[in-house]
Design a protein around this ligand. Structure first.
Ligand SMILES: [Zn+2]
Length: 330
């Protein structure tokens, strides 16, 4: 049995860059010499659609389904899984077992539970309606801290990381802060009024322009709007970062762009690819080269054309020739 588990794990490890985790269906596991996540430390994800950004495959290290691969999430701050475990845990306990086969005692208990759930739902809202009458404006500082803490707590982890980075809390503290809500409250209480106001506004817009997976560009319209409203020069900052990130080859054009923008003038953003010159003529020659060149080279060209037909067609002849040489020399 143990070897089956090892095979599964090795398979998974090979497929993914990170080593796959072991999980146990129990609250406590006796497996030694291996790190095994126990029931409170992860949440299984049954359907593909429920996979969150933290989701990962893992292997059962013991129990009835030993050796089986399951998708799970172990991110404590996950807004979809462990971060909201209180709601789901209650549901899971009540649903377990199937009521048709349950004892009369279990059925009565369940009947009562369902009734109590309906009661709770109405009561909590009525309590809140009465409670809000006791608050006035301006807030007492302690209340404001509480608002900020709860606001922050509900923000998805990747936006939380943005908040802590922008706010200037260092990375080590930031991780602790995302996991520990009473620590957040203590830190917030230390801030002066101005910094607390800044923190809360940051919480309100940290998701603007966020690009979680960074595969495709995401609209930065809200970031631009924020910059306009708050008198921040988005164009200048954008030009500065372009220069910081530009490859050496394109640094001069980016430097020139930044200088133009810094003088308050409009300019066309520099690119990080070679600009096509004499486009029409070059394209004709490019086609000729593609036909004339060796089979390996035309294969390469085809691959380029498939991945990005426009770019490939625009590429001047000079770019293609070195490529061909590179391929044939191998
Ligand atoms: Zn999750």
């Amino acid at each position: 049995m143990q070897s089956l588990v090892q095979i599964k794990k090795t398979e998974l490890d090979a497929k993914r860059e990170r080593a796959a985790a072991f999980i146990s269906p129990y609250y406590d596991t006796r497996i030694e010499g291996q790190e095994v996540l126990t029931l409170p430390q992860y949440q299984l994800i049954e359907k593909k659609i429920d996979r969150c950004p933290h989701a990962e495959p893992a292997v059962y290290a013991d129990g009835e389904e030993i050796g089986q691969v399951k998708w799970m999430c172990r991110e404590p701050a996950c807004k979809d899984h462990l971060g909201r475990v209180r709601d789901t845990a209650a549901g899971a306990t009540s649903n377990a077992g199937g009521l048709s086969t349950a004892s009369p005692e279990t059925r009565s208990k369940r009947k009562q539970e369902l009734f109590d759930i309906r009661v709770d739902e109405i009561v909590r809202k009525r309590v809140m309606a009465e409670a809000i009458k006791t608050y006035k404006f301006p807030f007492e500082r302690a209340h404001l801290n509480e608002v900020a803490k709860e606001f922050f707590r509900r923000i998805p982890s990747d936006d939380q990381r943005t908040i802590l980075e922008v706010f200037g809390w260092n990375e080590k503290d930031a991780t602790a802060l995302r996991m520990n809500h009473s620590k957040v409250l203590r830190e917030l209480a230390k801030l002066d009024h101005k910094r607390l106001a800044q923190f809360m506004m940051l919480c309100s817009f940290a998701h603007f322009g966020a690009n979680q997976y960074k595969n495709h560009q995401v609209s930065q319209q809200q970031v631009v709007k924020l910059s306009t409203e708050r008198g921040v020069n988005h164009t200048l900052i954008d030009a500065q970062v372009r220069l910081e990130l530009a490859p050496k080859k394109y640094r001069a054009s980016h430097q020139a762009y930044l200088e133009t923008v810094a003088r308050g003038k409009a300019a066309k953003k520099p690119t990080v690819f070679e600009q096509p010159q004499q486009e029409a003529v070059e394209r004709k020659e490019l086609e000729k080269v593609a036909v004339d060149s060796s089979s390996e080279a035309s294969k390469t060209n085809k691959a380029v054309a498939q991945s990005s037909p426009k770019k490939a067609a625009q590429k001047p002849k000079r770019r293609v020739v070195p490529r061909t040489q590179k391929v044939t020399s191998i």
